[in-house]
Structure formats: C-alpha cells, structure tokens
Design a protein around this ligand. Sequence first.
Ligand code: DGY
Length: 319
Amino acid sequence: MRRRMFVTCALPPSVKTLLTTDYDVTFAGETRVPTADEIIAGIAGHDVLLVTAPTQVDRALIARLPDSVKAVATYSVGNEHLDLAAAAAHGLAVFSTPDVLTDACAEAALLLMLGAARRATEAIALLREGRWQGWTPIQLNGVGITGKRLGIVGMGRLGRAIADRARAFGMAVDYHNRRRLAEDLEAGATYHATIEGLLAVSQFLVLACPATEQTRGLLDGEHIALLPEGAIVVNIGRGAVVVDEDLIAALAGGRLAAAGLDVFDGEPAVHPGYFALPNVFMLPHIGSATIETREAMGRILLDGLRALWAGQSAVNRLV
Ligand code: DGY
C-alpha cells in the first residue's frame, strides 16, 4: 500500500509531481495555509505531514496528531516553526532541506548588495514612473562593491557561499561566527571573535544567521553606530536579527548609505518605515526562490523519508 502525505503549503507543479511518485498526497494548502484544526480534521490515515514556515508545528499540534503520522517534513532549511523537542518526545522523525538552498540564497545576497549599493529602488522607479530624462554623469551615482570590505555574520554554508561570490567581486571578507572556521573553510577570510570587531571594519555587512536567542535584535542602534560611516547592510538571514526602528533611523539620517532586505521581522507584515526610504532595496523573502532549488528541496525530503522507511540515517534528519 502506498503511504500518504498531508501537505499544508502550495508547491510548484513539478514538486507536486515528484511527491506523488512516492505518496498519495493530500494538497491541503493550495489557496491558504490550513489552521491546526483543519490539519487535524484532514490528516487521519496519513504517514507524513509536510509543512513550511507559516505552519506552526508546536507542542499542541503534535499532541493532536494521529498515530498514523510518523514524520514531519519541513519544506525549508529554517526550523523555527517546529518544536523539535516535542516532536522527538512524540516519536516523530523530522526532516528539513539543508544545503540545497545555499546557492540560491547566496545569489540573492549578492543581488541585495548590488541593488542597495547601486540604488536599484530609485533607478527602477525613475524608469517605470516615466521620469527619466536621459543619461547624465550626476544620475543615481551609487557606490561600487569592488575592493570593499564585507563583514558576514554567520559563516555557515550560506555565509561561506556568499564569501566565495564576494571574492569574485574583489571584496575582502571578514566574518563573525560562534566558532572560528578551519583554515580551508575560511579561505582567507578574517575572523573576528566579537561582533563589535567585525562591525568596525564592515563597509558592507551581510546578516546570514538564523534568529536564535543570541542573534535576535543583534543589529540595534548601538551596533549600527559601530559600522563605518555610509556602510550598507544586507539581511538574507532572518528579520528578527534587526531592530527595524533603529535601522530605519540610521538609513533615514544618512548614517548608513543603504540596505538590502529579503527578510522581515513579523513577515509578511513589513515595518512601514521602510517604504518611505528610497535607499532600501527590498525583496519579499525570495532568497531561495529558484525552480532548481524548489525541486531539490522536494528531492531531499523524499530521500530523507525513504531512508526513514528503510531504517537508515539521513543527512537532513533533525530528530
Ligand atoms: C527557509 O527555507 O528557511 C527559507 O528561508 C524559507 O523559509
């Protein structure tokens, strides 16, 4: 008998086809994310619950899952929406999608750096609003990234992939991480044991870390004041790492030249202050949004689940 999967998010057609190779799938999140009650009402007899960030798999939901559910698969690399301890206590296996988002998110980080540095928000508006009068040497001069110092907060897979690409642009790379990396992984980047040390040298600062107790609210007014005058801040990690009011004040006052943001605290709500700032280049959390990545995310989840049913270990198993 084929196993059954209950899915709470919309997925690209090719990923849906992929999932149906292994499972009879109930696609319950096509138009909106189902509530906890709707999940419980529909999931009886399913083996796997597949979710992504907007579905909170918390202790309360886990306690109500039927015995048929043996695994939770999150179609994301982040797992802030999952109570892993409760899942483990309930005997659920949990899988995520590490590694396969790295290249797309690193590309998006470069897009944010370039978009912010080259004043893309203003340039696009000028053109689309029919206000462009033609080329002049004083039109929309931004700053270059070649030869600048890039500070990366969080030198995991994503941070390192950003560093690789930044080197190709002639940037010098500095980083702060919980632990110093081995020399081969550092690849010439300069380690700063303190965030303060990193901020002091970061003409470009890229936040590439998850939101944890240590990083929540990390980029506040006090820390922004340590950045070089006219620095550019990029956030490809999680919105909660930034104190929005403080970043907005620094951008409005000219202390920072620009920001490139793909993630927002409380998204999909976005602090209204950002919309008034032409020096903010914003994207709606599309860091990993390439079709290659989406398909790879589907494949790695299927691989993890196949390993589970075969009694084997899997690289993407969280508990
Ligand atoms: C992830 O996979 O964590 C992406 O940021 C989407 O939430």
